[in-house]
Design a protein around this ligand. Sequence first.
Ligand code: PLP
Length: 418
Amino acid sequence: MSDGTVAENATDADSPFAPTIEPWWQRDDLGYREGRLHLGTADLDAVARRVGTPAYVIRAPRVAENLRRLQAALDGEGLDHRIYFAIKANRTPQLLSYLAAQGLCGADICSPDELLHALACGFREEDISFTGTSLGAADIEVLSRFEKVRINFDSLSALRRYGRLCPGREVGLRINPDRGIGYTGNDMLQYSGIEATKFGIYLDRLPEAIEIAREHRLKITRIHFHAGCGYLDRELEQLAEVLASSHSFIDQLPDLSEVNIGGGLGVPHRADDRPLDLGRWAKTIADAFRGSGLTLAVEPGDYLAKDAGVLLASVTYSERRKDVEFLGLDAGFNLAMEPAFYGLPCEPVPTVPRSGPTGRYTVVGNVNEALDKWAVDHPMPVPRDGDVIALINAGGYAASMRSDHCLRGSVREVLLLD
Ligand SMILES: Cc1ncc(COP(=O)(O)O)c(C=O)c1O
């Protein structure tokens, strides 16, 4: 809007508007129908008007579709595999129960409370994989009660504590492959490879881990590594390097039956991102482990959940400051922290785009922090006060990382089943 005010006097005749260029994020179950944004069969503007904003909306069947696509790719390479959904990405109980009931995947968890939560949502003990960090004695005590949970220890001290409490059990080791991977090389998304990180046991200390296991008659049957988050095709060569480096560990562990390559598979966040080529991804893995006899485990979070969800917010105001047009929403970065923390945007998209002029906006939230920005210089049809905006890619690490900062954490949640 040229004068910086929200156009309160425009008429409904201005809507609906059919975008002439197909948005990059549009797909079969997310896009405009007759000028209104739909996720599955749900009209998102109508959802917002009924439940209020801000609101997380997640479409469970999309998560299942993402899972099936992953399974098909691994099957295509003849890989014996297990998939665990990293519930740290989205722990909405109804979604987890839906997934548990479908039996399509297990759950990857990282804390005792996540363990109890996964059980409460219907995952069986034997379908749960635990990989946590900085574990204290109290954590180990809780874990010791669940013999069937597949636990991967990421430090010598945790392994020792567990060995003392539960001698003779099977365990996994989280190793540090000393190579990292992440969305467009973003260092903050890499869990290994830049400098010493807190995740996993490095190769130089593997002999000590083996000795601790021997002392407590622990059998090391799994190795695990998670080298970073958000990788796409351009990072697949890095993935090959990460996988190759795991062989120095594998060669020293004769009882291994499973290698868990963690999560980290990314989804497009920007117009020039392409979806991960799962065929290439699965082949990269098969090339690394073909003939090894090891079961492959993978524990994606983002890949399964992120593009299945949106965060709905309402426009609160529009106002020019210096030469910047600000567009305010009733949802702040505390409801989806990845854009501010990691530069992984949740693109603001009008649920009912208006015809007429387009403006360029710095889209901001309602939290008193300068980093509370959803987008900068972002082109959008000129909106009005109360219009509903969908922040896409909010199905992963949004609700699960939500904070109550400024007491702006109150938010509705809607699970779509079709
Ligand atoms: C050990 C472990 N596994 C799996 C994941 C899931 O990662 P993503 O959501 O990027 O797939 C994470 C994320 O931090 C992790 O730390």
